[in-house]
Design a protein around this ligand. Sequence first.
Ligand code: GDD
Ligand code: GTP
Length: 410
Amino acid sequence: TYKAIILVGGPSRGTRFRPLSLNVPKPLFPVAGHPIIWHHLEALSKVKDLKEVMLIGFFEDSVMTRFLEDAARDFPKMNVRYLREYQALGTAGGLYHFRDEILRGDPQQLFVLNADVACSFPLNDMMQFHNKHRGLCTILGTKVARENANKFGCLVAKPDSNEVLHYVEKPESFISDLISCGIYLFDCAVFNEMKKAMLNKTTNVDQDPYQAQDDKLRLEQDLFRPLAESKKLYVYVTTGFWKQIKTAGSAVPANALYLEQYSKTSPDRLAKNNIDGKGPEIVGHVYIHPTATVDPRSKIGPNVTIGPRAFIGKGVRIRDSIILDNAEIKSNSCVLHSIIGWDSKVGNWARVEGTPTENYSTTITENGVKVQSITILAKEVIVKDEIIIRNCIVLPHKELKNSFHNEILM
Ligand code: GDD
Ligand code: GTP
């Protein structure tokens, strides 16, 4: 049988996800109508013989209660639990700490998923591949643009067998454009290797320049390197979508990718154009929560999610955006490439916009400086009538009576 772990991290992390993480822990931020890690659960629910998922992190237990209730309702065949680390133990530290719990019932294999990714999660394909090689671990890999590769775990693999020859976490210089997606399948025998890595760490603290000098055990630095050296690490390269969710703005491309997936696997989740012209005009992939009110004279899409109890007025145009719970977009205003926070209000004839980018990127270069291309209004922001907000990040509870461009508004 199989089990799965989702590494959810904790409150000190996700700082790049501000200001949205001020109101919700990043793993629970909604994209395409559901919390980020709900999509992980949906993929895991399609793995046969996988009955148990453990979220490991260092958030307070109460943070997860509501999500666990929803998960129990949406995925009744899986037991989803939260295991809390007393402090950040590192990506392998939590696994090692809870090993008895994880190994209870004697599962053979274990999926481990980073929380902060949007992915097509080809878990069954990974399983098939894994069962054909003699390694202990299969990493899901993808190719990225050469100039971005060093932000990730980089892999060099044998072309024929996909055995990983080198694994280097965030190298200083270019090594490979094949990177780790932060999605793994392990044989449970890997816990022996973790034990070795742990011992190694506590005994040779000063000798190994590759090891971080703290008490965290990391899959990337402490486990994958020795696994590659002993030829026990393999990579399965996906052709599906993959995107890291680090900055708040990256929720917008993640949203687009999951909506596109819905269009293929569950088109009934998406909004449709009403044949008698009584609904709003829908362009491309759009998700509208059943409790939202959307004026039939508005035009929505592509790549838009409208959250619970949101209100969209007449003549409104929205594209490539996420509108969160109970936000209000008043008549004739325009929201493009933006995230509108919980309970925020955008006035009549206002514009809130980011800049379109290519290839799901969320940064643009303006006057030689890299800036975020997505405009974000945090919770309870008010944009007055006829105001224009372009490429800004707006912290909670701000009232904007003037127009702004390229600013962080605190
Ligand atoms: N439980 C727990 N405890 N989770 C943790 C901890 C910890 O101490 N530290 C990190 N995590 C979780 C994060 O919440 C996230 O889901 C995941 O582990 C990885 O986070 P980071 O350690 O910040 O690494 P990264 O995202 O910069 O890079 C990782 O992911 C890339 C793919 O997105 C690495 O695994 C890279 O190799 C990989 O390419
Ligand atoms: P910075 O890395 O800070 O510059 O932000 P960014 O948003 O440009 O980088 P990000 O990590 O989001 O993406 C890096 C590049 O990888 C993008 O410019 C795309 O070319 C590519 N990319 C990332 N995710 C996807 C994806 O899901 N699909 C496709 N097709 N390309 C992607």
